[in-house]
Design a protein. Structure first.
Length: 467
């Protein structure tokens, strides 16, 4: 009897399917899985978040329940390893938690249930609870001391400045290290963002290849084409001595790094564009198995729409009109600037991350908030003389549930006409006659010949740009 591929790729034969899949990268794996519905079951096997987390915790379900309850996000090198299905020898787990309550809950869980001990920095309190409560006060004091030490004769200015920069990152308030008592290779960092978990990732990462993260039920890669298909990274921040060392480490792992420059060869369907949104067709989204995750924690989790309507802009170059040559001139920036703002408003339950480069989106937000404010004012002013309990009024006036439908309408009907598309593509020479509805002509061509088609692979797979 003939042996078919499905006979080899059976969950009941791990030796056989591991021999095949272990030799395939993420892109080739997705291509293979997309050939047959029967192979779709392997997604949960190959990208098993519980198996991945057991490298650091013995109770991954309990850990993910905490992630759901406190809206924690895991990012950094482990998220990259999870998506690429590889494992590097020296690696820690970076967990971003934006509330003190969440930080304390994770610290307690690691110490009491997972066998970890708190490993403070020299300036932190020895007790984890005290260090977390003190938070950025201790970190700020350390930064000030390091900056003051620049004037001391025996101190290395470069070393002092670099360490000060390391612990005064724009979007990170404090970092708390935990080391497993019996297995010292297990290291977990609890990271406190200044505002939100997304801003800590977007604001402080130095290159596009590490813009990967997962929540309790979904994993995201924001630049999957360049990261997994090309193994290429574009700088997104000025390099410090610490990030230079990280770059060299990733070069040894097979990645290449470059400035955006005047242009790059990725033209059609390019993910390096003026406006991006988490969960858009350029994002790789992997749904995770949620069996066993605590239902009460799930109920307390933020909705997916909060993450997947978060947007940012990218600025890669400056441009000007050369009157003598009658053409648009470009000068590439040393790194891609990720541009965004945080909207903290009474009409939203959660802070909103959005691209400030898109003027119409900003106007959209203003209109939404004005509508809610007018309605709330009306109810308060003209409700009549009868006294009422308004304790729930603010909550009922929030617009979180409506935001996704508003955003999708704006994305489909307004974004294509945004002026951010004009003069944003030096590889197309910035000529307005090659634009259609504000988008470069190559952007609206038929993409059926793409290596990976978004329609076939649905939202959870990689859309590949054509070079």
């Amino acid at each position: 009897m003939a042996i078919h591929l499905l006979d080899l790729l059976s969950p009941a034969e791990p030796i056989l399917y591991k021999a095949i899949f272990d030799d395939l990268g993420p892109v080739d794996t997705i291509r293979l899985l997309s050939t047959c519905k029967a192979l779709q079951q392997f997604k949960g096997i190959l990208w098993s978040i519980n198996r991945s987390l057991t490298r650091f915790v013995d109770k991954p379900i309990a850990f993910r329940s905490l992630m759901a309850r406190h809206d924690a996000v895991v990012s950094g090198s482990h998220a990259l390893q999870f998506l690429e299905r590889i494992q590097w020898a020296a690696s820690d787990l970076d967990v971003y938690i934006h509330t003190i309550e969440g930080l304390l809950a994770f610290a307690r869980h690691l110490v009491e249930d997972e066998g970890y001990s708190f490993s403070p920095y020299s300036w932190q309190s020895a007790d984890a609870t005290a260090a977390i409560v003190a938070g950025n006060v201790e970190a700020s004091r350390h930064v000030n001391n390091m900056l003051e030490s620049l004037g001391e004769r025996d101190n290395d200015p470069e070393e002092a400045l670099d360490e000060a920069v390391t612990y005064s990152l724009r979007e990170i308030s404090a970092v708390f290290n935990f080391v497993h008592i019996k297995i010292p290779a297990r290291r977990i960092q609890l990271i406190a963002p200044r505002t939100t978990t997304l801003t800590a990732i977007m604001g402080d990462y130095y290159a596009t290849h590490i813009f990967n993260f997962f929540t309790w039920d979904r994993a995201y890669s924001l630049f999957p084409y360049h990261t997994f298909q090309r193994r290429r990274a574009f700088y997104t921040n000025a390099l410090t001595r610490k990030s230079v060392a990280a770059v060299n480490k990733y070069i040894d792992r097979g990645y290449s790094f470059q400035e955006y420059g005047e242009f790059h060869e990725c033209v059609r369907n390019c993910p390096l564009r003026p406006h991006r949104c988490i969960g858009d067709k350029y994002t790789w989204v992997v749904p995770l198995d949620t069996e066993g995750v605590d239902a009460a924690s799930v109920a307390a989790a933020a909705p997916h729409s909060l993450m997947e309507t978060s947007s940012w802009g990218m600025r890669m170059h400056i441009s000007w009109w050369n009157r003598e040559d009658q053409r648009r001139m470009f000068r590439g920036l040393p790194f891609i600037q990720l541009q965004y703002e945080i909207d903290i408003s009474p009409v939203f339950r959660y802070p909103r991350l959005y691209s400030r480069r898109t003027e119409t989106l900003y106007s959209f937000l203003v209109h939404m908030k004005r509508t809610a404010d007018d309605g709330r004012t009306f109810r308060f002013k003209f409700d009549g003389s009868k006294e009422r309990d308004w304790s729930g009024a603010v909550e009922s006036a929030r617009l979180d549930d409506q935001f996704e439908s508003w955003y999708r309408f704006w994305e489909a009907a307004v974004l294509p006409y945004e002026n951010i598309w004009i003069w944003q593509y030096p590889m197309l020479d910035g000529k307005p006659e090659i634009t259609i509805r504000g988008q470069p002509h190559e952007e609206v061509e038929d993409l059926e010949n793409e290596d990976l088609n978004n329609k076939d692979l649905e939202n959870e797979d990689i859309v590949v740009a054509q070079g």
